[in-house]
Design a protein around this ligand. Sequence first.
Ligand code: FES
Ligand code: FE2
Length: 382
Amino acid sequence: MSEQLERTLPTSWYRSADIFRIEKERIFCREWFAVCRDEELPKPGDHRVLDILGESVLLVRNREGSLKAFYNVCRHRGAKLCRSADDTVAAGRVALPGGMTAGRLIVCPYHQWSYDLNGALVAAPHLGPGTGFDKSEFHLYPVGVETWGGFVFLHLTPADASPLAAQLGGIPERLQRYPLAGLRIGATIQYEVRANWKIICENYNECYHCGGVHPELCAVVPSFRDAGGANLDWNRGVPHRDGAYTFTHSGTTARRAFPGLDADEQIRHKGELLYPNVFLSVACDHVAAFILRPRSAERTDITCHFLFETHEIDKPTFDPSDAVRFWDLVNRQDWTVCESVQEGIRARVHAHGYYAPMEDWNLDIRRYVTDRIAAHVPRETV
Ligand code: FES
Ligand SMILES: [Fe+2]
């Protein structure tokens, strides 16, 4: 009976630190990985120190207005160049000057090698002309940067990177009438979820759970309850109940629909999973964008941005709370079940789970992960 259903990935793949290390190298370091919104670094010299699965990356807006990214390590003896806003100085240590200086130079705190915002070494004390030292050989290690839809994507192995467009596949075309690049952040919620990133992706990719887990959501989108979500047409968009057209408790909002949407898009909801770490849920008046940051095999941090038109955000009466409150409830319901899975699969007898037919999209997550890591996984962990 049970073998009529497709199997999930092996349980160890959701729990093991060894598998997580393989995923880091074979997936997160070899695919474009979303980190933030373009608008979060508006001016030349703006920068962020990002922790991407233990790799410290410096993302900067250069003097010409382009985004650049580098491994956050000095080419001399390897000191960390910039500290993040939440890096604290350890007890008994001291804060050293250096890092981003006057929005123009990245100065190493150790021997003061200085780099410009394109990563070129511009000064190294006492290694001037006549010493035979060629600064051009000591460029910061580059990280790839591209943007799409207002999101910033990084690539930790840029020499081997395909264009971001190849990774995005048909998503830009499917969302072409939504003004994603021009939307602005109206609200943000940060979540720490004690679950493997794939459990969270699998949960996003099926609506079999919606009837039981999301009663408020199903009141707005009754079809989420029907046939475990098997009949949903995500390409056309899922329909709301009569009179409803967006993801709020009332199913309505004072905000206008994005200009340019087609008739379906004005009253239906679409969702996309951008492998490996973004979920986009698009309503007619707002977008809920989830950026996942896997921290360990059993923990994932999630930034949930609520994106709106500038036209709405600039109004003195702008209030995103109708969407934010609704989504926050749905999100916390989702994170609760994801954490329940993470706890449940610790059972010593649980070697794998199953996907029901209405969870077919999850076969694609299984394929995506298997294609990238299976050849690198020791036989005994499969
Ligand atoms: S380690 Fe950076 S200048 Fe020496
Ligand atoms: Fe859900």
